[in-house]
Ligand binder design. Structure first.
Ligand SMILES: Nc1ncnc2c1ncn2[C@@H]1O[C@H](COP(=O)(O)OP(=O)(O)OP(=O)(O)O)[C@@H](O)[C@H]1O
Ligand SMILES: [Zn+2]
Ligand SMILES: [Zn+2]
Length: 807
């Protein structure tokens, strides 16, 4: 009886967002299983697309009538499932809850190397007269997808296709490449080697040497090791293989991004009472397999990481695995080393700094049960771990846990889902929990665990708020108040280190004309272009547009055009004038672009190669350096002015986190916060590092404004090249939603987004605030469906549940 495979095809549209049935060719009947990638013909032209098998049925039971018409699947791309049943189920749940296509949730779960790519090929059926065009083809084929063709070439090729000289074909590329190394196995015993020696010429030194090697290496060895330790080359071993002395085999090897590093093993520390209580509660839940979420609220430097590590050890002791998520930025060598130091080779690390090959290899180590602990950033939430005993999410309030592109998921939701599936506890840790999580802890949904004290009974560092308005009156345009500058000088005298943070938002360098005030803007977006000194260009951070730095004002032709705003670069320059001889490490998007640069800068700082670490938000978290006794925030309030109800929360979190970098060991720390809003509650409470008070005040604000956690939110955006199209559709939609949703739901907008135009598309948005909306899922799914069907004038609609940014 033939089998039928249910396949989600890699054609991300609403109409194809369901499984398609394909006949399984009889020779593949036993090989095809759910979770395998396949190549299938799709659509009228029968072009080949990638797909994922989500189910396999016996034909007779399910589709008796269709048997004749079903197309067979073309090829199987995997020998074993790449998604297990848990992850397949999760992909379904995720697609529904984030309004994403099932194929995009599936692809989000796979390492890039396993994402199939459909290539369009042009095949020449007749000889091509034009020599240039003919030259584009190799063996009668041209990979249209991979080739970088000029528009006129594309045009001419289209004409060839119309006249039947070439035709289009499709192939699905499998990019999963396994790295192999050659191993050598001696085929001669030591006795046989003795026998062979007299048969070769005495001056055949290489052969003699090779026999020497084989005498000492009777077990299989990597070829590289043997050639490295001898004067022999690969060719000598190939020759030996021809003689039958050795066999050479290719074995799979992993690209280990951490292979070069020796990490000192650490042992569990003696916990202090609060830590011990937390570990005991978590361990209890691991042992009883209770999917209890915990909120571990511990001030900065209270030893949360040690709680994670000992809880992970408890899961491993139960023969289970553990998954730990940290924000991308906190994936410093420090954090990774702390986990690897404790659990060694059992740890797999997943983050964006790895190459596709390295990620694929780490992924396979997890899948093959060779790694029992996974540490990674957001997408590691989908690590193919089995038998999970514990899930940890460090810095649970971090916005980077929400993906702001399709599928718009929050890693926390994914973790809570997986915890239920595996009956495992989840630990959400933070010094400044999100209001949502803290409110859930208050309602008993999460169990609260507290670490109110710093390790070593160190007090939290005292924070001084500096009113920069005063400074501005008295001073010129310096970025440094006298108080902060004095504090920096003191650290230099004492040989201690300082951390300076420059809030990146709104602080990027731009170019303005001093005569007419003209600011260079992106031609495609409603934003100013940002000056990049490393490439000497002006760049748009939204669409990637790039142009040269103007010398003359494009508006009034004045030559008095100059750079404005103090990026870290400018601040560093000012510091060097104020404090000659000071050694600065600058850390921002520019200086950390190169692979490994971030890590190198932090290591240098740890080794005292600089007095000051000057950086953007990326230095606020996770750093644990004993000699840092001063933290300065140059501009605390750039985020406060943003039109986002979470602006205060973000400011409070950031200031508390960065303050926490000072005085973590035996030397007391000190913090200076420069601000133009010294009276704002977020700044004042950050000064006191009083999370509890902040939580109360902010909850009141949210209550008054009907915002989360009192209300849920959803953001609907529509964009089109024609502004009217987007606006009109959104006004219609608002009316439609008013009719369909309950009276208690608030519909805000439509309004243009705060950056109204990006990449020549105009954006409009509607914000929904609701308490209970039983039909929301259906209503919003219909909205997307309609939008897809219409597709009129390039209208695009997107839905973001619980958006983390409204800008
Ligand atoms: N029980 C303990 N005994 C001694 N030292 C400890 C203990 N627990 C943690 N530490 C040390 O205290 C320091 C601070 O701990 P850790 O970095 O885990 O704090 P944290 O709460 O994660 O901080 P943050 O949220 O600020 O990153 C670390 O250097 C850690 O090694
Ligand atoms: Zn742009
Ligand atoms: Zn001008």
């Amino acid at each position: 009886m033939a089998k039928i495979a249910q396949v989600i095809v890699d054609v991300p549209t609403m109409q194809t967002n369901r499984p398609y049935s394909y006949l399984v060719p009889s020779e593949l009947a036993d090989a095809v299983h759910p979770g395998m990638r396949v190549s299938v013909p799709f659509g009228k032209g029968g072009r080949e697309v990638g797909g994922m098998v989500i189910g396999v049925d016996e034909q007779a039971q399910t589709l008796p009538t269709f048997s004749g018409k079903l197309k067979p699947l073309t090829a199987l791309l995997d020998l074993a499932s790449v998604l297990n049943p848990e992850l397949l189920e999760l992909s379904d749940w995720l697609a529904t809850h984030t309004f994403a296509f099932r194929i995009s949730t599936i692809q989000t779960m796979l390492p890039a190397a396993l994402k199939t790519k459909s290539h369009k090929l042009l095949v020449a059926d007749q000889s091509i007269a034009d020599a240039h065009l003919a030259g584009l083809f190799t063996n009668g084929q041209l990979d249209f997808t991979a080739a970088k063709l000029a528009p006129n070439e594309v045009d001419q090729l289209a004409k060839l296709q119309q006249s039947g000289i070439v035709h289009a074909d499709y192939a699905v590329e499998n990019r999963a490449k396994v790295k192999t190394v050659t191993w050598v196995q001696s085929q001669l015993t030591t006795d046989q080697i003795v026998d062979v020696r007299p048969t070769i010429r005495a001056n055949a030194t290489k052969q003699q040497q090779l026999l020497d090697v084989l005498t000492t290496c009777q077990t299989p060895q990597p070829l590289a090791k043997l050639t490295e330790n001898s004067a022999l080359a690969r060719a000598d071993f190939s020759a030996a293989a021809k003689r039958g002395w050795v066999t050479l085999t290719e074995r799979e090897s992993y690209r280990d991004p951490y292979a070069q590093k020796d990490i000192a093993a650490t042992r569990a520390m003696t916990l202090h009472a609060d830590q011990a209580a937390a570990v005991a509660a978590i361990t209890g839940a691991i042992e009883s397999a209770t999917p209890q979420p915990f909120l571990l609220e511990g001030v900065t430097g209270s030893g949360k990481t040690e709680v994670y590590l000992q809880s992970i050890a408890a899961a491993l002791a139960q023969g289970k695995t553990a998954l730990m998520l940290v924000p991308e930025i906190a994936l410093t060598p420090q954090m990774v080393n702390r986990v690897r130091g404790r659990f060694g080779k059992q740890v797999a690390v997943l983050h964006s700094g790895l190459s596709a090959g390295e990620k694929y290899d780490e992924w396979r180590r997890i899948e093959r049960h060779e790694a029992a602990v996974v540490v990674g950033a957001r997408s590691a939430a989908f690590a193919p771990l089995d038998n999970i005993g514990l899930i940890v999410m460090d810095e649970e309030h971090e916005t980077s846990y929400k993906q702001d592109d399709n599928p718009r998921y929050h890693a926390r939701d994914v973790l809570l889902w997986r915890a239920k599936y595996h009956h495992a506890p989840v630990v959400l840790g933070s010094a400044t929990p999100s209001l949502e999580s803290r409110a859930r802890a208050e309602r008993g949904v999460y169990q609260s665990l507290l670490l109110p004290e710093r390790i070593n009974q160190q007090p939290l560092p005292p924070v001084t708020v500096i009113d920069m308005r005063e400074q501005l009156k008295a001073h010129t345009e310096s970025n440094f108040s006298t108080a902060l500058l004095d504090a920096l000088k003191l650290r230099l005298e004492r040989g201690e280190q300082s951390v300076l943070m420059l809030n990146r938002r709104g602080f990027s360098s731009f170019v303005m004309c001093r005569d007419c005030g003209f600011v260079l803007k992106c031609p495609n977006c409603d934003v100013s272009l940002v000056l990049h000194m490393d490439t000497h260009t002006m760049k748009c951070h939204y669409c990637g547009h790039e142009e040269t730095i103007p010398k003359i004002c494009p508006n009034c032709h004045s030559r008095r055009i100059s750079y404005y705003g103090s990026g870290t670069e400018k601040v560093a320059a000012e510091l060097t004038t104020l404090l000659p001889d000071v050694r600065i490490i600058r850390m921002d998007a520019d200086t950390t672009r190169r692979k490994g640069a971030y890590e190198k800068l932090l290591t240098d700082f740890g080794e005292h190669k600089a007095d000051i670490l000057l950086g953007t938000q990326m230095i606020a978290k996770g750093l644990d350096y004993p000699d840092v006794t001063l933290v300065g925030v140059l501009n605390a309030d750039t985020a406060l002015g943003l039109p986002d109800f979470r602006a205060s929360e973000r400011t409070f979190q950031l200031l508390t986190q960065v303050s926490g970098r000072a005085g973590r060991a035996d030397k007391p720390g000190e913090v200076f916060i420069q601000t133009f809003n010294p009276d704002h509650y977020a700044i004042q409470l950050a000064q006191k590092q009083d999370y509890e008070r902040f939580f109360r005040v902010e909850m009141k604000m949210r209550h008054l404004g009907n915002y989360p956690p009192y209300y849920y939110t959803a953001l609907i955006t529509a964009s089109a090249q024609d502004e009217n199209v987007a606006a009109r559709r959104m006004f219609e939609l608002a009316e439609q939603l008013k009719a369909q949703l309950s009276d208690t739901t608030v519909i805000l907008g439509p309004t243009p987004r705060s950056i109204a135009r990006i990449n020549n598309r105009y954006y409009y948005q509607i914000v929904l605030k609701y308490k209970q909306e039983p039909h929301l899922q259906t209503v919003l799914a219909k909205v997307l469906d309609d939008a897809q069907k219409e597709q009129r004038q390039g209208l695009q609609v997107a839905i973001d549940m619980e958006p983390q940014s409204f800008i």
